[in-house]
Design a protein around this ligand. Structure first.
Ligand code: COA
Ligand code: MG
Length: 281
């Protein structure tokens, strides 16, 4: 499936060392999985996790879910071996941690000739260089690492990260790449998750990264167009076609003007709804 045409509502991290979770993911209704070899895997488990994950990916069974592997950085003892193990087969993308510049992306691109690359934006330098990172020709998407970013910023609470989130979104949208929100740590707090999903969706994120299966349903719902939105989009398209046929460039629906630019948005919304329906069938 074309990257941009895929849904990216729910993107679940799975520690590459957790055999039970790796298997469980084959039955979870997530749009994508981040198989993690980096921070969710302890140093002494790194090599075993790499072997386990390679075996599970070769076994398959992940269906239409996009498969991203988060490797260790090239400045660690494990980065090169991770890249060698996942350079081609069985993955839809390689996610690079702690990207600070386009040069960091290029260093990985030199080792991985074909797979689309994704960047964790989770350092202050990464946020400030988001535009050049997004513009790297191999880059397919951003994943926000809000825990690391909060740690480096020394900030508290989500509103303190607003400027960072929006810089990343601006850069991603300017280059037409995917942009995924950070995780919500309190995985038993459904109301808190729902509120943060709504916030991320309204900011413009394509979806949210998750740490626990219990977060999937709420996230899928929040990032999917609602039935009301789908119906409004259809009515806007119909009304605008009618206006155009009458030689007009503007229609009115529910007391609001509808111009060509709204039709572009309405069609994108319907395409997203179709992509979600295809994912769920
Ligand atoms: N992906 C897939 N399955 C998962 C999962 C995940 N991220 N997290 C938990 N599960 C599974 C468990 O294996 C368990 O399966 P089972 O019922 O078949 O045994 C089930 O979901 C319930 O798990 P639960 O007991 O509620 O959670 P836990 O206490 O085992 O684990 C965490 C809690 C937070 C440690 C765990 O969810 C986790 O490791 N999340 C990912 C963390 C991560 O990747 N961080 C890096 C990026 S921020
Ligand atoms: Mg991190």
């Amino acid at each position: 499936m074309d990257l941009a045409m895929r849904p990216w509502r729910s993107v679940l991290y799975i520690p590459g060392s957790n055999a039970r979770a790796l298997d469980k993911a084959r039955g979870l209704p997530v749009d994508a999985i981040i198989f993690d070899l980096e921070d969710a895997v302890a140093a002494e488990e790194k090599a075993a996790a790499r072997t386990l994950l390679a075996g599970e990916l070769a076994k398959g069974g992940y269906g239409a879910r996009a498969r991203l592997v988060r490797v260790n950085g090239l400045d660690t003892d494990w980065g090169r071996d991770d890249l060698a193990a996942f350079a081609g087969a069985e993955v839809d993308g390689v996610l690079i941690p702690k990207v600070g510049s386009a040069a960091d992306v290029q260093a990985v691109a030199d080792n991985v000739p074909e797979v689309p690359l994704w960047a964790m934006i989770e350092t202050c330098r990464g946020v400030l260089n988001a535009a050049e990172i997004a513009a790297h020709p191999r880059l397919a998407g951003f994943v926000l690492g809000t825990n690391d970013l909060a740690k480096e910023l020394g900030c508290r609470g989500r509103s303190a990260m607003g400027a960072s989130l929006q810089l990343c979104l601006l850069a991603a949208r300017a280059e037409g790449i995917v942009c995924l929100d950070g995780v919500y740590n309190a995985f038993k707090d459904e109301d808190g998750l729902r509120a943060e999903c709504a916030d991320g969706r309204d900011l413009g994120f394509d979806g949210k990264t998750l740490i626990h299966p219990a977060q999937v349903g709420i996230t899928n719902e929040a990032f999917a167009p609602s039935q009301d939105e789908v119906e409004l989009a259809r009515r806007q398209i119909a009304a605008f076609a009618e206006a155009e046929a009458a030689g007009k460039g503007v229609a009115v629906v529910d007391g609001r003007i509808v111009e060509n630019l709204h039709i572009v948005t309405a069609k994108a919304l319907l395409a997203k709804a179709d992509a979600i329906a295809a994912m769920e069938s």
